[in-house]
Design a protein around this ligand. Sequence first.
Ligand SMILES: [Ca+2]
Length: 495
Amino acid sequence: MIPSRRFSVLGAVLLAVSPVLAQNPDQELFPEEVVSGLFFPLAVGHGPGDPERLFIALQDGRIRVLVNDVLTGTPYLDIRARVSAFGSTGLLGFAFHPDFGNNGYFYVTYSDLAGDTVIARYERSANPNLADPNSELILLHITQPAQIHNGGGMAFGPDGYLYIALGDGGVQGDPLGNAQNPNVILGKILRIDVDNPSGGLNYGIPPTNPFVGVPGVREEIWAKGMRNPFRMSIDQATGDLWLGDVNARGFEEIDFQSGTSVGGENYGWNIVEGTECYNAPPGCATNGITMPFFEYAHSFIGLTVRCAVIGGLVYRGREMATLQGRYFFGDQCSNEVISLGQSGGGLAGVKVFMKLPSIGGTACSNVSWGEDHAGEIYAVCHQTGSVYRMIPAGLRLQLPDLQAGFAAQVKVSGCAPNGQVYVAFSCSGLGKVHIAALGVNLDLASLKLAAAALANGNGVMSVNATVPGAFLGRTIWVQAVESGAKSNVIAEVID
Ligand SMILES: [Ca+2]
Protein backbone atom coordinates (compact mmCIF):
# COMPACT_ATOMS: atom_id res chain seq x y z
CA MET A 1 0.00 0.00 0.00
CA ILE A 2 1.27 3.42 -0.90
CA PRO A 3 0.60 6.02 1.77
CA SER A 4 -1.18 9.07 0.50
CA ARG A 5 0.90 11.49 2.50
CA ARG A 6 4.48 11.58 3.63
CA PHE A 7 6.28 8.50 4.60
CA SER A 8 5.00 5.55 6.53
CA VAL A 9 5.91 2.12 7.61
CA LEU A 10 4.15 -1.17 7.16
CA GLY A 11 4.77 -4.06 9.48
CA ALA A 12 8.40 -4.95 9.68
CA VAL A 13 9.72 -2.67 7.00
CA LEU A 14 12.61 -0.62 8.24
CA LEU A 15 12.48 2.94 7.10
CA ALA A 16 15.68 4.35 5.81
CA VAL A 17 14.66 7.96 6.01
CA SER A 18 17.11 10.66 6.79
CA PRO A 19 16.10 11.96 10.18
CA VAL A 20 17.95 15.23 10.02
CA LEU A 21 16.49 18.23 8.22
CA ALA A 22 19.73 19.45 6.76
CA GLN A 23 20.60 16.11 5.22
CA ASN A 24 17.60 16.07 2.94
CA PRO A 25 16.24 19.51 2.19
CA ASP A 26 13.66 18.10 -0.21
CA GLN A 27 12.03 16.37 2.73
CA GLU A 28 11.95 19.47 4.82
CA LEU A 29 8.60 20.69 3.66
CA PHE A 30 5.39 19.04 2.63
CA PRO A 31 2.28 20.54 0.96
CA GLU A 32 -0.68 19.39 3.03
CA GLU A 33 -4.01 19.66 1.22
CA VAL A 34 -6.42 21.82 3.19
CA VAL A 35 -9.25 21.89 0.67
CA SER A 36 -9.76 20.76 -2.91
CA GLY A 37 -12.44 20.88 -5.55
CA LEU A 38 -12.91 24.63 -5.36
CA PHE A 39 -13.99 26.44 -8.51
CA PHE A 40 -10.82 28.18 -9.71
CA PRO A 41 -9.46 29.75 -6.51
CA LEU A 42 -7.21 32.78 -6.91
CA ALA A 43 -6.24 33.99 -3.43
CA VAL A 44 -6.05 32.88 0.19
CA GLY A 45 -5.67 34.82 3.42
CA HIS A 46 -6.95 35.58 6.88
CA GLY A 47 -8.51 38.45 8.75
CA PRO A 48 -6.41 39.98 11.54
CA GLY A 49 -8.10 39.35 14.88
CA ASP A 50 -9.88 36.25 13.58
CA PRO A 51 -7.79 33.14 14.32
CA GLU A 52 -10.43 30.64 13.19
CA ARG A 53 -11.04 31.53 9.57
CA LEU A 54 -9.21 31.21 6.31
CA PHE A 55 -10.68 32.94 3.29
CA ILE A 56 -10.29 31.82 -0.32
CA ALA A 57 -11.26 34.02 -3.26
CA LEU A 58 -12.60 32.34 -6.37
CA GLN A 59 -12.10 33.89 -9.76
CA ASP A 60 -15.84 34.00 -10.45
CA GLY A 61 -16.56 36.49 -7.67
CA ARG A 62 -17.08 34.36 -4.58
CA ILE A 63 -15.08 34.15 -1.37
CA ARG A 64 -15.27 30.84 0.46
CA VAL A 65 -14.37 30.43 4.11
CA LEU A 66 -12.82 27.63 6.11
CA VAL A 67 -13.63 27.65 9.81
CA ASN A 68 -10.94 25.70 11.64
CA ASP A 69 -10.08 23.98 8.37
CA VAL A 70 -13.69 23.06 7.54
CA LEU A 71 -15.25 24.60 4.44
CA THR A 72 -18.63 26.20 5.14
CA GLY A 73 -21.49 25.49 2.76
CA THR A 74 -22.39 29.09 1.91
CA PRO A 75 -19.88 31.47 0.33
CA TYR A 76 -18.63 34.23 2.59
CA LEU A 77 -19.22 36.69 -0.24
CA ASP A 78 -20.88 36.22 -3.61
CA ILE A 79 -20.57 39.11 -6.06
CA ARG A 80 -20.63 37.03 -9.23
CA ALA A 81 -23.26 39.37 -10.67
CA ARG A 82 -20.71 42.21 -10.63
CA VAL A 83 -17.63 40.33 -11.78
CA SER A 84 -16.45 39.36 -15.22
CA ALA A 85 -14.24 36.30 -14.97
CA PHE A 86 -12.35 34.93 -17.92
CA GLY A 87 -8.70 34.82 -18.84
CA SER A 88 -6.89 37.30 -16.58
CA THR A 89 -10.01 38.90 -15.14
CA GLY A 90 -12.14 38.06 -12.13
CA LEU A 91 -12.04 38.52 -8.39
CA LEU A 92 -8.28 38.86 -8.34
CA GLY A 93 -7.35 39.52 -4.75
CA PHE A 94 -8.26 40.75 -1.31
CA ALA A 95 -6.80 42.24 1.83
CA PHE A 96 -8.27 42.38 5.30
CA HIS A 97 -8.15 45.56 7.33
CA PRO A 98 -5.56 45.44 10.14
CA ASP A 99 -8.45 45.99 12.57
CA PHE A 100 -10.73 43.47 10.83
CA GLY A 101 -11.43 41.75 14.16
CA ASN A 102 -13.26 44.90 15.26
CA ASN A 103 -14.50 46.67 12.15
CA GLY A 104 -15.04 43.69 9.81
CA TYR A 105 -13.67 45.58 6.80
CA PHE A 106 -11.99 43.86 3.91
CA TYR A 107 -10.99 45.03 0.46
CA VAL A 108 -11.26 43.30 -2.87
CA THR A 109 -10.02 43.95 -6.36
CA TYR A 110 -12.13 42.63 -9.18
CA SER A 111 -12.89 43.09 -12.86
CA ASP A 112 -16.33 44.60 -13.35
CA LEU A 113 -18.69 43.67 -16.17
CA ALA A 114 -16.89 46.12 -18.47
CA GLY A 115 -13.54 44.50 -17.67
CA ASP A 116 -12.37 47.52 -15.67
CA THR A 117 -10.68 47.17 -12.29
CA VAL A 118 -12.62 47.99 -9.13
CA ILE A 119 -11.10 48.35 -5.69
CA ALA A 120 -13.90 48.10 -3.14
CA ARG A 121 -14.50 47.66 0.56
CA TYR A 122 -16.94 45.14 1.99
CA GLU A 123 -18.03 44.45 5.55
CA ARG A 124 -18.59 41.35 7.60
CA SER A 125 -22.22 40.79 8.59
CA ALA A 126 -23.49 39.93 12.08
CA ASN A 127 -22.72 36.32 11.14
CA PRO A 128 -18.93 35.99 11.12
CA ASN A 129 -19.18 33.37 8.37
CA LEU A 130 -20.95 35.76 6.00
CA ALA A 131 -20.04 39.11 4.57
CA ASP A 132 -22.72 41.65 3.68
CA PRO A 133 -22.94 41.68 -0.15
CA ASN A 134 -24.75 45.02 -0.01
CA SER A 135 -21.98 46.77 1.89
CA GLU A 136 -19.86 47.64 -1.12
CA LEU A 137 -18.01 50.95 -1.01
CA ILE A 138 -16.03 51.55 -4.21
CA LEU A 139 -12.68 53.22 -3.62
CA LEU A 140 -11.22 53.15 -7.09
CA HIS A 141 -12.52 52.44 -10.56
CA ILE A 142 -9.69 51.98 -13.04
CA THR A 143 -10.39 51.87 -16.74
CA GLN A 144 -8.50 49.01 -18.35
CA PRO A 145 -7.23 49.44 -21.92
CA ALA A 146 -7.10 45.67 -22.37
CA GLN A 147 -8.11 42.57 -20.46
CA ILE A 148 -4.61 41.56 -19.44
CA HIS A 149 -1.95 42.66 -16.95
CA ASN A 150 -4.43 43.62 -14.27
CA GLY A 151 -2.17 42.86 -11.32
CA GLY A 152 -4.45 42.26 -8.39
CA GLY A 153 -2.29 42.11 -5.30
CA MET A 154 -3.25 44.13 -2.24
CA ALA A 155 -1.72 44.26 1.21
CA PHE A 156 -1.71 46.43 4.27
CA GLY A 157 1.62 47.58 5.58
CA PRO A 158 2.53 47.92 9.25
CA ASP A 159 1.93 51.65 8.59
CA GLY A 160 -1.79 50.88 8.24
CA TYR A 161 -1.91 51.98 4.61
CA LEU A 162 -3.28 49.84 1.80
CA TYR A 163 -0.84 49.02 -0.98
CA ILE A 164 -2.31 48.06 -4.35
CA ALA A 165 -0.31 46.53 -7.21
CA LEU A 166 -1.57 47.35 -10.68
CA GLY A 167 -0.32 46.00 -14.00
CA ASP A 168 0.40 48.12 -17.06
CA GLY A 169 -3.01 47.29 -18.52
CA GLY A 170 -1.57 45.78 -21.70
CA VAL A 171 -1.28 45.03 -24.42
CA GLN A 172 2.10 43.34 -24.86
CA GLY A 173 5.10 45.58 -24.32
CA ASP A 174 3.11 48.39 -22.68
CA PRO A 175 2.64 50.36 -25.95
CA LEU A 176 0.78 53.09 -24.05
CA GLY A 177 3.80 53.57 -21.79
CA ASN A 178 1.64 53.34 -18.69
CA ALA A 179 4.21 51.84 -16.32
CA GLN A 180 6.56 54.84 -16.65
CA ASN A 181 3.81 57.48 -16.97
CA PRO A 182 3.36 59.39 -13.67
CA ASN A 183 -0.06 60.63 -14.80
CA VAL A 184 -1.71 57.23 -14.71
CA ILE A 185 -1.96 54.66 -11.97
CA LEU A 186 -1.58 51.60 -14.20
CA GLY A 187 1.78 49.85 -13.90
CA LYS A 188 2.21 51.19 -10.37
CA ILE A 189 2.12 50.31 -6.73
CA LEU A 190 -0.34 52.61 -5.00
CA ARG A 191 -0.49 53.53 -1.32
CA ILE A 192 -3.76 54.88 0.06
CA ASP A 193 -5.26 55.64 3.46
CA VAL A 194 -8.56 53.79 3.81
CA ASP A 195 -9.26 55.20 7.28
CA ASN A 196 -9.11 58.91 6.50
CA PRO A 197 -10.95 59.72 3.27
CA SER A 198 -10.44 63.23 1.98
CA GLY A 199 -10.76 65.39 -1.11
CA GLY A 200 -14.10 63.91 -2.06
CA LEU A 201 -12.59 60.45 -2.43
CA ASN A 202 -13.44 57.33 -0.47
CA TYR A 203 -9.81 57.18 0.64
CA GLY A 204 -7.07 59.56 1.60
CA ILE A 205 -3.57 60.24 0.28
CA PRO A 206 -0.94 59.54 2.94
CA PRO A 207 0.96 62.81 3.42
CA THR A 208 4.23 60.89 3.21
CA ASN A 209 3.54 59.49 -0.25
CA PRO A 210 6.56 60.29 -2.42
CA PHE A 211 4.77 62.39 -5.05
CA VAL A 212 2.46 64.45 -2.88
CA GLY A 213 2.34 67.97 -4.27
CA VAL A 214 4.30 67.09 -7.41
CA PRO A 215 2.47 68.56 -10.43
CA GLY A 216 1.34 66.06 -13.02
CA VAL A 217 1.79 63.03 -10.83
CA ARG A 218 -0.97 60.90 -9.34
CA GLU A 219 -0.44 61.25 -5.61
CA GLU A 220 -1.58 57.66 -4.94
CA ILE A 221 1.61 56.38 -6.56
CA TRP A 222 4.10 54.72 -4.24
CA ALA A 223 6.33 53.11 -6.87
CA LYS A 224 6.31 52.65 -10.63
CA GLY A 225 7.61 50.49 -13.43
CA MET A 226 5.47 47.36 -12.94
CA ARG A 227 4.37 45.11 -15.79
CA ASN A 228 2.01 42.63 -14.15
CA PRO A 229 2.73 42.41 -10.44
CA PHE A 230 1.14 39.13 -9.48
CA ARG A 231 1.43 38.97 -6.33
CA MET A 232 2.52 41.39 -3.64
CA SER A 233 2.97 40.95 0.09
CA ILE A 234 4.28 43.01 2.96
CA ASP A 235 6.24 41.39 5.76
CA GLN A 236 4.48 42.56 8.90
CA ALA A 237 7.63 41.98 10.94
CA THR A 238 9.80 44.32 8.90
CA GLY A 239 7.55 46.30 6.57
CA ASP A 240 9.52 44.90 3.62
CA LEU A 241 7.48 44.77 0.44
CA TRP A 242 7.90 41.81 -1.90
CA LEU A 243 6.37 41.18 -5.24
CA GLY A 244 6.68 39.02 -8.28
CA ASP A 245 6.48 40.92 -11.55
CA VAL A 246 5.48 38.70 -14.45
CA ASN A 247 7.59 39.56 -17.45
CA ALA A 248 7.33 39.24 -21.19
CA ARG A 249 10.23 37.69 -23.03
CA GLY A 250 12.73 35.88 -20.97
CA PHE A 251 13.01 36.62 -17.27
CA GLU A 252 10.73 36.49 -14.27
CA GLU A 253 11.59 38.70 -11.32
CA ILE A 254 11.11 39.14 -7.61
CA ASP A 255 11.26 42.77 -6.51
CA PHE A 256 12.09 43.83 -2.98
CA GLN A 257 11.60 47.08 -1.16
CA SER A 258 12.94 47.59 2.33
CA GLY A 259 10.53 48.55 5.08
CA THR A 260 12.63 51.66 5.54
CA SER A 261 11.90 52.86 2.00
CA VAL A 262 10.22 56.24 1.55
CA GLY A 263 8.77 55.14 -1.80
CA GLY A 264 9.31 56.46 -5.29
CA GLU A 265 11.15 53.43 -6.64
CA ASN A 266 11.12 52.68 -10.33
CA TYR A 267 11.11 48.93 -10.95
CA GLY A 268 12.01 49.44 -14.54
CA TRP A 269 9.27 48.18 -16.85
CA ASN A 270 9.12 48.75 -19.82
CA ILE A 271 12.68 50.05 -20.01
CA VAL A 272 13.97 46.80 -18.61
CA GLU A 273 12.58 43.32 -18.13
CA GLY A 274 14.43 41.86 -15.19
CA THR A 275 17.95 43.23 -15.63
CA GLU A 276 17.76 43.24 -19.46
CA CYS A 277 16.88 46.18 -21.64
CA TYR A 278 13.47 45.58 -23.19
CA ASN A 279 12.77 48.16 -25.86
CA ALA A 280 16.20 49.32 -26.94
CA PRO A 281 18.80 46.69 -26.26
CA PRO A 282 21.61 47.05 -25.69
CA GLY A 283 22.52 50.01 -23.62
CA CYS A 284 19.22 51.44 -22.42
CA ALA A 285 19.39 54.02 -19.65
CA THR A 286 19.06 52.14 -16.39
CA ASN A 287 19.99 54.89 -13.99
CA GLY A 288 17.40 55.28 -11.25
CA ILE A 289 15.96 51.82 -11.83
CA THR A 290 15.68 49.39 -8.93
CA MET A 291 16.79 46.06 -10.30
CA PRO A 292 15.20 42.75 -9.21
CA PHE A 293 16.11 41.12 -5.94
CA PHE A 294 16.05 37.86 -7.86
CA GLU A 295 15.36 36.83 -11.42
CA TYR A 296 15.14 33.58 -13.28
CA ALA A 297 14.82 32.63 -16.90
CA HIS A 298 11.79 31.27 -18.64
CA SER A 299 12.35 27.64 -19.42
CA PHE A 300 10.39 25.65 -21.93
CA ILE A 301 12.78 22.76 -22.24
CA GLY A 302 12.79 19.59 -20.19
CA LEU A 303 10.53 18.60 -17.35
CA THR A 304 10.47 21.90 -15.53
CA VAL A 305 8.78 24.62 -17.54
CA ARG A 306 8.92 28.01 -15.92
CA CYS A 307 6.75 30.78 -17.34
CA ALA A 308 5.24 33.20 -14.80
CA VAL A 309 6.37 34.13 -11.32
CA ILE A 310 3.78 33.99 -8.55
CA GLY A 311 4.91 36.26 -5.75
CA GLY A 312 4.51 34.85 -2.27
CA LEU A 313 5.43 35.98 1.19
CA VAL A 314 7.95 35.83 3.98
CA TYR A 315 7.37 32.98 6.40
CA ARG A 316 6.73 34.15 9.97
CA GLY A 317 4.89 31.10 11.32
CA ARG A 318 6.15 28.70 13.92
CA GLU A 319 5.75 25.18 12.56
CA MET A 320 8.72 25.45 10.22
CA ALA A 321 11.14 27.19 12.52
CA THR A 322 14.16 26.53 10.33
CA LEU A 323 12.48 28.37 7.47
CA GLN A 324 11.66 31.52 9.41
CA GLY A 325 12.30 34.71 7.48
CA ARG A 326 12.57 33.02 4.11
CA TYR A 327 10.56 34.34 1.17
CA PHE A 328 8.37 31.73 -0.51
CA PHE A 329 7.04 32.02 -4.02
CA GLY A 330 6.05 29.91 -7.01
CA ASP A 331 5.73 29.75 -10.77
CA GLN A 332 2.46 29.12 -12.52
CA CYS A 333 3.97 26.63 -14.96
CA SER A 334 6.54 24.78 -12.88
CA ASN A 335 4.40 24.75 -9.72
CA GLU A 336 7.61 24.62 -7.73
CA VAL A 337 7.73 25.72 -4.12
CA ILE A 338 10.73 28.01 -4.09
CA SER A 339 12.19 30.05 -1.28
CA LEU A 340 14.84 32.72 -1.03
CA GLY A 341 16.98 33.39 1.99
CA GLN A 342 17.71 36.99 2.80
CA SER A 343 20.43 38.67 4.72
CA GLY A 344 20.96 42.39 5.05
CA GLY A 345 18.65 43.12 2.14
CA GLY A 346 20.52 40.70 -0.12
CA LEU A 347 19.89 37.23 -1.46
CA ALA A 348 21.17 34.41 0.75
CA GLY A 349 20.44 31.18 -1.03
CA VAL A 350 17.73 29.73 -3.23
CA LYS A 351 15.97 26.51 -2.37
CA VAL A 352 13.49 24.60 -4.53
CA PHE A 353 11.54 22.19 -2.36
CA MET A 354 9.12 20.29 -4.56
CA LYS A 355 6.29 20.76 -7.01
CA LEU A 356 2.74 21.33 -5.87
CA PRO A 357 0.72 18.21 -6.68
CA SER A 358 -1.16 17.49 -9.86
CA ILE A 359 -4.54 15.83 -9.48
CA GLY A 360 -5.77 13.32 -12.02
CA GLY A 361 -3.31 14.55 -14.61
CA THR A 362 -4.27 18.20 -14.10
CA ALA A 363 -1.42 20.45 -13.05
CA CYS A 364 -1.85 22.76 -10.08
CA SER A 365 -1.35 26.09 -11.86
CA ASN A 366 -0.14 27.97 -8.80
CA VAL A 367 -1.64 31.46 -8.70
CA SER A 368 -1.26 32.75 -5.19
CA TRP A 369 0.21 32.46 -1.72
CA GLY A 370 -1.21 33.52 1.61
CA GLU A 371 -0.99 33.02 5.32
CA ASP A 372 -3.27 32.24 8.23
CA HIS A 373 -3.51 33.96 11.58
CA ALA A 374 -0.57 31.96 12.93
CA GLY A 375 1.64 32.88 9.98
CA GLU A 376 1.54 29.42 8.41
CA ILE A 377 1.62 29.70 4.64
CA TYR A 378 -0.58 28.36 1.87
CA ALA A 379 -0.34 27.90 -1.88
CA VAL A 380 -3.34 28.14 -4.19
CA CYS A 381 -3.76 25.86 -7.20
CA HIS A 382 -6.08 27.40 -9.76
CA GLN A 383 -6.63 24.43 -12.03
CA THR A 384 -7.00 21.71 -9.44
CA GLY A 385 -9.00 23.92 -7.08
CA SER A 386 -6.80 22.98 -4.16
CA VAL A 387 -5.16 24.92 -1.37
CA TYR A 388 -2.10 23.53 0.37
CA ARG A 389 -0.56 24.39 3.72
CA MET A 390 3.20 24.12 3.95
CA ILE A 391 4.19 21.96 6.88
CA PRO A 392 7.44 20.31 7.86
CA ALA A 393 7.68 16.83 6.44
CA GLY A 394 7.26 14.43 9.32
CA LEU A 395 5.39 16.92 11.45
CA ARG A 396 2.35 14.74 11.11
CA LEU A 397 3.25 11.20 10.29
CA GLN A 398 0.66 8.92 8.75
CA LEU A 399 0.83 5.22 9.48
CA PRO A 400 -1.64 3.18 7.48
CA ASP A 401 -3.02 -0.17 8.54
CA LEU A 402 -1.05 -0.90 11.66
CA GLN A 403 -2.03 -3.96 13.62
CA ALA A 404 -3.25 -3.75 17.17
CA GLY A 405 -0.48 -4.50 19.56
CA PHE A 406 2.11 -3.25 17.10
CA ALA A 407 5.00 -1.76 18.98
CA ALA A 408 6.59 1.14 17.19
CA GLN A 409 9.67 3.03 18.03
CA VAL A 410 9.08 6.64 17.18
CA LYS A 411 12.22 8.61 16.67
CA VAL A 412 12.04 12.38 16.75
CA SER A 413 14.92 14.48 15.57
CA GLY A 414 15.66 18.09 14.90
CA CYS A 415 14.72 19.03 18.45
CA ALA A 416 16.45 21.47 20.71
CA PRO A 417 19.21 19.62 22.61
CA ASN A 418 17.91 18.28 25.91
CA GLY A 419 14.51 19.82 25.21
CA GLN A 420 11.15 18.43 26.20
CA VAL A 421 9.44 16.56 23.36
CA TYR A 422 5.91 15.22 23.14
CA VAL A 423 4.53 12.63 20.76
CA ALA A 424 0.79 12.39 20.22
CA PHE A 425 -1.29 9.84 18.32
CA SER A 426 -4.68 10.01 16.69
CA CYS A 427 -6.80 7.71 14.59
CA SER A 428 -9.27 10.46 13.74
CA GLY A 429 -7.16 12.49 11.34
CA LEU A 430 -6.41 16.16 11.47
CA GLY A 431 -7.95 18.79 13.68
CA LYS A 432 -6.81 21.63 15.81
CA VAL A 433 -6.17 21.24 19.51
CA HIS A 434 -4.50 23.79 21.72
CA ILE A 435 -2.42 22.20 24.45
CA ALA A 436 -2.17 24.94 27.03
CA ALA A 437 0.38 23.07 29.10
CA LEU A 438 2.75 23.00 26.13
CA GLY A 439 1.90 26.36 24.70
CA VAL A 440 1.45 24.81 21.26
CA ASN A 441 -1.27 23.77 18.88
CA LEU A 442 -1.48 20.19 17.79
CA ASP A 443 -3.04 19.32 14.50
CA LEU A 444 -4.57 15.97 15.34
CA ALA A 445 -8.20 15.30 16.11
CA SER A 446 -9.11 13.39 19.29
CA LEU A 447 -5.47 12.94 20.06
CA LYS A 448 -3.94 10.70 22.62
CA LEU A 449 -0.83 12.18 24.14
CA ALA A 450 1.34 9.15 24.15
CA ALA A 451 4.72 10.14 25.40
CA ALA A 452 6.81 12.93 26.77
CA ALA A 453 10.55 12.72 27.10
CA LEU A 454 13.70 14.75 26.89
CA ALA A 455 15.71 14.89 23.71
CA ASN A 456 19.35 13.98 24.03
CA GLY A 457 22.22 16.36 23.51
CA ASN A 458 21.91 15.89 19.75
CA GLY A 459 18.27 16.85 19.71
CA VAL A 460 17.01 13.30 19.21
CA MET A 461 14.29 11.63 21.24
CA SER A 462 12.97 8.08 20.91
CA VAL A 463 9.93 6.50 22.42
CA ASN A 464 8.42 3.05 22.17
CA ALA A 465 4.69 3.12 21.63
CA THR A 466 2.25 0.24 21.41
CA VAL A 467 -0.70 0.69 19.12
CA PRO A 468 -3.96 0.41 21.09
CA GLY A 469 -6.50 -2.20 20.06
CA ALA A 470 -8.97 0.52 19.12
CA PHE A 471 -6.59 1.59 16.38
CA LEU A 472 -6.75 -1.83 14.71
CA GLY A 473 -6.45 -1.54 10.96
CA ARG A 474 -6.82 2.21 10.95
CA THR A 475 -4.57 4.96 9.75
CA ILE A 476 -2.77 6.51 12.65
CA TRP A 477 -1.50 10.05 12.74
CA VAL A 478 1.52 10.96 14.76
CA GLN A 479 2.68 14.43 15.60
CA ALA A 480 5.74 15.33 17.58
CA VAL A 481 6.16 18.77 19.05
CA GLU A 482 8.41 20.62 21.38
CA SER A 483 7.07 22.72 24.15
CA GLY A 484 7.06 26.42 23.47
CA ALA A 485 8.11 28.12 20.31
CA LYS A 486 9.22 25.37 18.01
CA SER A 487 7.81 22.21 16.56
CA ASN A 488 9.58 21.60 13.29
CA VAL A 489 10.77 18.24 14.39
CA ILE A 490 10.89 15.18 12.22
CA ALA A 491 9.24 11.99 13.39
CA GLU A 492 9.92 8.59 11.93
CA VAL A 493 8.92 5.15 12.96
CA ILE A 494 11.37 2.31 13.12
CA ASP A 495 9.98 -1.14 13.60
CA1 LIG B 1 11.32 45.21 -13.25
